[in-house]
Ligand binder design. Structure first.
Ligand SMILES: NC(=O)c1ccc[n+]([C@@H]2O[C@H](COP(=O)([O-])OP(=O)(O)OC[C@H]3O[C@@H](n4cnc5c(N)ncnc54)[C@H](O)[C@@H]3O)[C@@H](O)[C@H]2O)c1
Length: 283
């Protein structure tokens, strides 16, 4: 199946990036969020990213205008009615995603593929919220989307080979390298990554070292480009907690038990870079 028009649900850190790489791939894009302020904020960030590319000589002003011209703002899920692919990138909460998938299943054309950018929720369970589980798939982009090469592709139990192939090809068109894995809580990426981040948060909770030292030890000692505390702030501490909870319940294994400090940061609304404060201060 050929993808021509893509709708991206959510204009946050991930949704905006997915809309950008979709438009760069030449797809017509609809960028949705629950209100126009959020949509405009997402599109403004895309504009800023593209301007930086122009400054660096990576693309021309004309190319930037063409890419932006392919992105249409939306606050109505009904706009999925003529899309070939919908990529959902809203909060990491099953009940909220369920409602959106039920709606999308009602609105999107019969041939359309419904993809989710979930970091950890079971693709099979999300697919079961629709009457087209064979056309539901995990398309897990990395943050920041325009920069990171990987798309982790996760098939639900019912996902067909044809749908998998279409999503693999669309990811390559978006300039990404698709790598598949099975539908397990946290997939491959977050099952490894979040255990490390959580361990850093346990160290912080126990007072083993300040966040700067934890990050410097991991950067200088393990050659990680970012320390786990800075990375947690980049991902969003609410998302980190949600992923850990999915793995904690999904495997029933205490090794995924979230650090109490992480819970406290989320309760305080210190969600990381997106709000200007997390483990570190960004104001
Ligand atoms: N942050 C990361 O590093 C990262 C990486 C890979 C995947 N993900 C996944 O991508 C998804 C989005 O994460 P994000 O970091 O972009 O979050 P975010 O908080 O930056 O953005 C979420 C957006 O979804 C919007 N939204 C649209 N419809 C909604 C609805 N019905 N209910 C609630 N919100 C709605 C919100 O308004 C908000 O703008 C999550 O599933 C997350 O697990 C995140």
């Amino acid at each position: 199946m050929e993808i021509k028009k893509v709708m991206v649900i959510g204009a946050g850190q991930m949704g905006g990036g997915i809309a950008q790489v979709s438009a760069q791939a030449g797809f017509d894009v609809v960028q949705y969020d629950i209100n126009m302020d959020l949509v405009n904020k997402g599109i403004a960030l895309i504009n800023k990213n593209l301007s930086r590319d122009v400054e660096k000589g990576k693309r021309t002003e004309a190319e930037k205008a063409e890419i932006l011209g392919r992105i249409k703002p939306s606050v109505s899920l009904e706009d999925a009615a003529d899309c070939d692919l919908v990529v959902e990138a809203i909060v990491e909460n099953f009940d909220i995603k369920k409602k959106v998938f039920e709606e999308l299943d009602r609105i999107a054309p019969a041939h359309a593929i419904l993809a989710t950018n979930t970091s950890s929720l079971p693709i099979t369970q999300i697919a079961a919220c629709t009457k087209r589980p064979q056309q539901v798939i995990g398309m897990h982009f990395m943050n920041p989307v325009p920069v990171m090469k990987l798309v982790e592709i996760i098939r639900g139990l019912a996902t067909t080979d044809e749908v998998y192939k279409t999503i693999e090809e669309a990811s390559i068109k978006m300039g990404k390298v698709p790598v598949w894995c099975k539908d397990v809580p946290g997939f491959v990426s977050n099952r490894v990554l979040q255990v490390m981040i959580n361990e850093a948060l346990w160290e912080l909770y126990e007072g083993v070292a300040p966040a700067e030292n934890i990050d410097n030890i991991m950067k200088l000692g393990m050659n990680h480009p970012m320390g786990p505390c800075a990375l947690a702030d980049l991902i969003g501490l609410d998302t980190v907690l949600a992923i850990l909870n999915v793995m904690y319940t999904g495997y029933g294994d205490p090794k995924y038990r979230p650090s109490p400090l992480l819970k406290q940061y989320v309760q305080a609304g210190w969600l990381g870079r997106k709000v200007g404060k997390g483990i570190f201060d960004y104001k």
